[in-house]
Design a binder for this molecule. Structure first.
Ligand code: KG4
Ligand code: ZN
Length: 386
């Protein structure tokens, strides 16, 4: 099979990204234009602004990805684009541009599920390191701003299939990081800030009650594990809205509101706050709370994921998505995985958060299978992964 150069385009949330990947195994170029500065004043992603920013960025970002790959439009073999899940208006910008390119260049168009992209970010980088063999069964935890999902991933020939065996019942883990950071006046996005600040607090100072998960059927257990009545498979669900409420109560009980408001105002005046800026505006109580929150989330994620890995007897664990960039999460998974003799693979930190290289990589098996998208396919905001 000759080399295939796939141009990937990703615009599902607040990053406009384009990348060129060779045959799902070599990153040739990877360009990501972040919209953080646009959404920061609002403390979260504003969908209308996101679509507008994607419209502005898409053409220069794709041009730059091709220029860095030293490729011309005509020398790519296919165009891959995120179909969903994500913000409908944002997805449409990437999809419309990908369709226009595919039509004008007469190249195949490949529609990719964003979550499958996150899983293939791991595969891309492992192949790039020369590791072409993955031991199955593979369990993949996709942990991002919108998802905390567990999939059993299988490969038949070139194509991949995914079985969801768990997901969050309410907030995703990344969403909890973002909401807690907002609540504490630490700005947006919350994950990277909490990651850095947690090093400065006592992670054992505040105790949070474990997430209560109401099981959907009577055979369910009390540990987040239940049995799906339809297919009899065990399920491993997560819940992160309770911890956000617990933090809100803690803030009220410790009269932290005034300090939070002055921190919010002080940080809003700094265009790109550094860790020293955050530290200058955080007292010990706040740093301890932040570190304890991060520890609680990580313990829950790692505990439930490793329980699922044990019960499903998997050979390999992938941990991917924006929250997989978290330093303590990576260390904890590595340590606990090693303890159980389970190999754990992550993407590098730049490929953990949203990017288009993962979309181009996930498109390669579809390219081989000639699984091309019709020109009239549309965005699917709630697209499921199967
Ligand atoms: O995968 P991603 O870039 O976009 C989505 O598909 O949602 O994930 C974004 C999420 C955000 O919630 C962000 O706060 C979180 O990932 N995140 C982190 C870190 N970096 C990004 N969470 C914890 N620690 C980090 N270092
Ligand atoms: Zn993502």
């Amino acid at each position: 099979m000759p080399d295939a150069y796939i141009l990937g385009i990703e615009s599902s949330c607040d990053e406009t990204a384009a990348a060129v990947v060779r045959s799902g195994e070599q990153l040739i170029s990877n360009v990501v234009a972040s919209q953080i500065a646009t959404h920061q004043p609002y403390g979260g992603v504003v969908p209308e602004l996101a679509s507008r920013e994607h419209l502005r960025a898409i053409v220069p970002v794709v041009r730059q990805a091709l220029a860095e790959a030293k490729r011309i439009y005509d020398s790519v073999d296919a165009i891959a684009v995120t179909r969903g899940p994500g913000l409908a208006g944002s997805l449409l910008v990437g999809i419309s541009y990908a369709k226009a390119l595919a039509f004008a260049l007469d190249k195949p168009l490949i529609a990719v599920n964003h979550l499958e992209g996150h899983i293939h970010a791991v595969l891309l980088e492992e192949r790039q390191k020369g590791n072409h063999e993955v031991s199955f069964p593979v369990l993949a935890l996709v942990v991002s701003g919108g998802h905390t999902h567990l999939y059993l991933a299988a490969q038949q020939g070139d194509s991949w299939t995914y079985e969801n065996i768990g997901h969050t019942r309410d907030d995703a883990a990344g969403e909890a990081f973002d909401k807690v950071a907002k609540l504490l006046g630490l700005g947006y996005p919350g994950g990277p800030v909490i990651d850095r600040l947690s090093l400065h607090g006592d992670a054992h100072s505040v105790k949070f009650p474990p997430a209560q998960i109401k099981n959907r059927d009577r055979r369910g257990r009390n540990d987040g594990r239940s049995v799906d009545p339809e297919d009899d498979h065990p399920r491993f669900d997560f819940s992160y809205s309770g911890i956000k409420t617990a933090i809100l109560r803690y803030v009220e009980a410790h009269d932290m509101q005034a300090a939070i408001e002055s921190r919010r105002q002080a940080l809003a005046k700094i265009s790109k706050p550094k860790v020293e800026d955050y530290l200058a505006h955080c007292d010990e109580l706040t740093l301890d709370l932040v570190a304890s929150f991060q520890r609680a989330i990580i313990e829950d994620l790692v505990g439930k994921t490793l329980a699922a890995a044990r019960i499903c007897d998997v050979a390999t664990l992938f941990v991917t998505g924006g929250v997989a960039a978290n330093q303590e999460l990576r260390q904890t998974f590595e340590r606990e995985g090693a303890h159980e003799g389970l190999p754990v693979f992550f993407p590098s930190r730049p490929l953990s958060t949203d990017n288009a290289a993962m979309i181009a990589a996930a498109a390669y098996p579809k390219f081989l299978a000639r699984d091309f998208a019709p020109m009239d396919f549309s965005a699917e905001a709630g697209l499921a992964l199967r």
